[in-house]
Design a protein around this ligand. Sequence first.
Ligand code: SAH
Length: 361
Amino acid sequence: MNALEREIRSLIENAGPIPVSRYMALALGHPRHGYYMTRDPFGASGDFVTAPEVSQMFGELIGIWCAEVWHAMGEPARVHLVELGPGRGTLMNDLLRAAKVVPAFRASLEVHLVETSPVLAEAQRRALNEASVPVRWHNSTATLPDGALIVVANEFIDALPIDQLVRAEAGWHERKVGLKDGQLVFALDPTPLPRIEEGLPAQLRGAPTGSLLESRDLTPVREVAQRIATHGGAALFIDYGHVRSGFGDTLQAVREHKVTDPLRDPGEADLTAHVDFEQLAVAALREGLHTLGPVPQGAFLRALGIDARAERLKRNQDEATASTIDAALARLAAPSPGMGELFKVLALVQPALTAPPGFDS
Ligand code: SAH
């Protein structure tokens, strides 16, 4: 049993079963033993691979998108470019390189990275060492400065903790993490929660017994949405998940590219849950923003010109390099087993903004 499991068990022994969100927050973000706090999990030798790590094309095209947003905003002299959960800093590095084709845009940028992991913040510092733009780090969106902003976030929301509710005879019960026969187990809280049903979107009311509902604290999304509503700008969220709110347990643990039990060896596997894009869109609409999408990642990248970009990169390259580029293109933009269909892109924009590219289909 690892140190974090020991700590979680004693928490439960002392105060009873804990919410799934608390378990997830500890497994990912415990200051000493949390998954992201202790390691760089990306790449072939790590636990999983994200789109910016597949190919430079991903970050470059997002850079082009940001430049288009900046243009639609009226080309402000100063803009905060914010990334939530920047991982190794690869996306930002590729974005800033691509931004060189629009020098006035690049010159307007002040970069803000919102990152809780000291290990990954260090990797970001190394990646952006020679970027020649001002870069600042934040532990949360609460400390972002005022001013117009463009926000990007790839596979960030899926790492934010979720809570789970299960429908039983008497109503909705919280699913918690408790202890049984010396093991961490999921168990329903015996007391039903009041007033859950009336807060649900119409398609989720009157659910059959056994239905499982997930919800997520979207504070970082609300905070950037409020800033965009006040100061102008846009945000781009890319993640895997469903377009409309629905039922089902999507809590998933991945270790060394394989799915494992989420309650085993906490802090040693990546824990995520699908993003409910309807919940995300509703949070933004409540702050007075407009939404674009969600569209499949493949359609988004094609609309931004990923095919032409791949052709360009292949020019004058040997066969092996060309086929690596083709494989990356398929992985990013083609449907299953690629990321093109499962991953979705949602933009939140200030109301007056001319629609930026990528959302026509
Ligand atoms: N965007 C990167 C990394 C995705 S992994 C990529 O596409 O490769 C999730 C990232 O979010 C990591 O950098 C992790 O440390 C960070 N993170 C997780 N929870 C966070 C939180 N609550 N606040 C800020 N960053 C967080």
